[in-house]
Design a protein. Structure first.
Length: 446
């Protein structure tokens, strides 16, 4: 299998202009690993299966597991307010009194999530970030709606650090990475430099992004963790084994693992290939059998991770620049279909004859901390202008206008694909009028 997979991986990476990538697959009781390209086009260092890539938001499942260890030990209860463990936690609307640990794990806390304030490299960075959140804006009432919330996972990291009496990083090393048997990992730049560490590549030409590490304050949400893909596969196998590592060490109770893999909240939007439900940390997929995982991204690096217990199958793929969607559709999805035997749905496709819609319920401005949307009617569909916020603008993201047409219900699909994928947006309608536009995050109509 490895020789064929290497050939497919190399050819797909060449077709799609991928700087470098690595892939690990667990199937048939064995681990198969391949890599292609380079970790950094400026240095020309070859990517190998041992290389570590920034895995972005897949980190959230690791943070969730640290929280569930506290639940197992009776130190934390999911439905108690976060302030019972972290008294200084507060947000602008005063909702902190009713925001529970479960709300943060399921992205239903209701406050602005894309807040990436850099509070320094010190061990107090999470405490400072929690203080910064006192100004976090209101999105919805706690528990009312799924809205992806990076900041909520930073708060969970601060909670873990407080209850354990240490840092999030040290808790991660001592309670998950080391007992799991992981070897190729890094949480800080001074650890990553000991490996072939991947750099992010951006823009159509895939040039190296000049800044390597995001703020430590967002580490529990995904800003710093670096892994070889095999470590995500190893982590996924622990969940398939009911919380037990390869050497027999129990890291989570069977009850905790089951709770993490059980749907807690529906995700507005077009499900299928995208997560239709969220568990305690996990994205959950309806692919003809239980499938869970999480995707991740930092500036110029992307990660795909899925686990299918019924097929004894796990896959993790990391890509360090443009062309991720090409590898996703040409290699990762076919592997899942062929090897795991799962009927993975296709990406959302543009309708042959889109239904014309009245734009009135949808037209307007929708704001979030990372970006805003201006929505206007256009030829029976919608023109959606994306206006980057400060953080997105700092990464070079431009203002763009995209034509969307009706897909189904209150969901719309972009006419022109980007990297082979048609973006979808869903409006959350209340009393005949859109209150939010949803792209994984809920952006309030203003």
């Amino acid at each position: 299998m490895r020789e064929d997979l290497q050939k497919r991986f190399d050819e797909a990476a060449g077709r799609h202009g991928v700087p470098g990538a690595a892939l690990a697959v667990w199937t048939g009781g064995e681990l198969v690993e391949v890599a292609t390209g380079v970790v950094n086009r400026n240095t020309g260092v070859e990517a190998t299966p041992d290389s570590v890539f920034q895995v972005g938001s897949t980190t959230k499942v690791w943070t969730a597991a640290l929280v569930m260890q506290l639940v197992d030990e009776g130190l934390v209860e999911l439905d108690r307010p976060v302030r019972d463990y972290l008294p200084e936690f507060a947000v602008a609307d005063g909702a902190e009194k009713s925001i529970t640990v479960r709300h943060l794990l399921t992205h239903t806390g209701g406050f602005d999530g894309d807040l990436f304030e850099d509070t320094g490299r010190g061990d107090d960075c999470l405490d400072k970030f929690v203080a910064f959140l006192h100004g976090a804006g209101h999105v919805h009432e706690p528990g009312a709606l799924f809205s992806y919330c990076n900041a909520g996972y930073c708060v969970l990291g601060a909670l873990v650090a407080r209850v354990r009496g240490t840092t999030w990083e040290e808790a991660m090393r001592e309670r998950l990475l080391k007992p799991l048997g992981a070897t190729n990992w890094a949480l800080l730049a001074e650890e990553a430099i000991l490996f072939r560490a991947s750099a992010g590549h951006v823009g159509p030409e895939g040039t190296v992004f000049p800044s390597w590490q995001l703020p430590r304050s967002n580490a529990p949400a995904g800003s710093t963790m670096c892994l070889a893909p095999r470590e995500l596969v190893r982590f996924g196998r622990m969940f398939m084994a009911g919380g037990v590592a390869e050497d027999g060490t129990r890291l989570l109770s069977e009850e905790a693992v089951a709770a993490m893999r059980t749907g807690q909240v529906d995700v507005p939007g077009v499900s299928g290939l995208l997560a239709g439900r969220w568990g305690l940390g996990f994205e959950l997929f309806d692919w003809g059998g239980e499938v869970f995982g999480h995707d991740g991204g930092t500036i110029g690096q992307s990660t795909f991770w899925r686990v299918a217990p019924g097929a004894d199958f796990a896959i993790a793929m990391t890509v360090n620049g443009p062309g991720f969607m090409g590898l996703f559709t040409d290699v990762a999805l076919p592997l899942i279909r062929e090897v795991a035997g799962l009927p993975v749905p296709a990406l959302p496709a543009l309708p042959a004859t889109p239904q014309a819609v009245d734009p009135t319920p949808y037209a307007g401005r929708y704001d979030g901390p990372a970006l805003s949307y201006e929505v206007a009617g256009a030829d029976g569909g919608l023109d959606v202008t994306l206006i980057p916020g400060e953080f997105m603008a700092s990464t070079g993201a431009p203002e763009t206008t995209t034509r969307f047409v009706h897909y189904r219900d209150h969901s719309f699909i972009a006419v022109e694909p980007e990297e082979g994928r048609h973006e979808t947006l869903t409006f959350v309608v209340e009393d005949g009028r859109a209150a939010y536009v949803h792209n994984g995050r809920a952006l309030r109509r203003v």
